[in-house]
Design a protein around this ligand. Structure first.
Ligand code: 6PG
Length: 227
């Protein structure tokens, strides 16, 4: 695991994601608020997006135009600014309800990756103050799912407290490359517990260790304070 403390995580993340974009491939975005600046930077880089497909690591079970929608955040910061250059994007249909959306997304993944575990070329992840990743929350059943690719999370463990849809841990760890983007002092404690020398296994972020071994954690000084 490569841990990088940088002055401008959004710019660094955009640079790393850009490499995957131009190489083409299957890229999964994360939601929340942290990545917005990185997506805005990406949209301004004049990249050729024609050979990549975008996926989402998780989604809130809300309509795509609702303020809590991860797709809405990505549309506003990246897809709309790209306009006609925007890549094929596989949206999680949260408006269907969490279980139906999970089933449809799993079907979508199987349609592209077949019956094997999907191997995303790049998986972007954030981390919550409780150490959650995607919508895999500490102590919640979804974290223990080892068979399905996508599951519903009826009760989120962190705001917004709406039902969620999330990729499962096996899919996260089948990714060829994982990039964490973690900023702010509220992440200092979970970052120390997840990315330090003695990872706390109760934190979902501690369990994201792709079998490829390619995992980069980008932090700002505040989030890295405990490392
Ligand atoms: C979500 C995200 C989630 C996010 C963390 C951090 O749907 O909420 O996918 O996993 O990455 O909650 O969110 P912030 O970037 O807003 O701190």
């Amino acid at each position: 695991m490569k841990t990088l403390v940088v002055r401008d995580p959004a710019a660094e993340a955009a640079g790393l994601i850009a490499r995957s974009v131009v190489a083409g491939g299957q890229i999964a975005l994360t939601g929340g608020t942290t990545p917005r600046a990185a997506y805005e930077r990406l949209a301004s880089m004049g990249l050729d997006w024609s050979r990549c497909t975008l996926w989402f690591g998780d989604e809130r079970a809300v309509p795509p135009d609702e303020e809590n929608s991860n797709f809405r955040m990505a549309r506003e910061s990246l897809l709309d600014p790209l306009g006609a250059d925007a890549p094929e994007t596989k949206r999680i249909e949260g408006e269907l309800g969490a279980e139906a959306a999970a089933c449809r997304y799993e079907h979508e993944l199987r349609g592209v990756f077949g019956e094997d575990l999907p191997e995303l070329d790049l998986l972007l992840l954030g981390m919550g103050p409780d150490g959650h990743v995607a919508s895999l929350f500490p102590g919640k059943p979804a974290l223990d799912e080892l068979d399905r690719l996508v599951v519903a999370v009826p009760e989120a463990g962190h705001e917004p407290f709406v039902p969620r849809v999330t990729l499962t841990l096996p899919v996260l760890n089948a990714s060829r490359q994982v990039l964490f983007l973690v900023t702010g002092e509220s992440k200092a404690d979970p970052a120390a517990r997840a990315f330090g020398p003695d990872p706390d296994p109760t934190l979902p972020a501690s369990l994201v260790r792709p079998r490829s071994g390619r995992i980069t954690v980008l932090l700002d000084e505040a989030a890295a304070a405990g490392l």
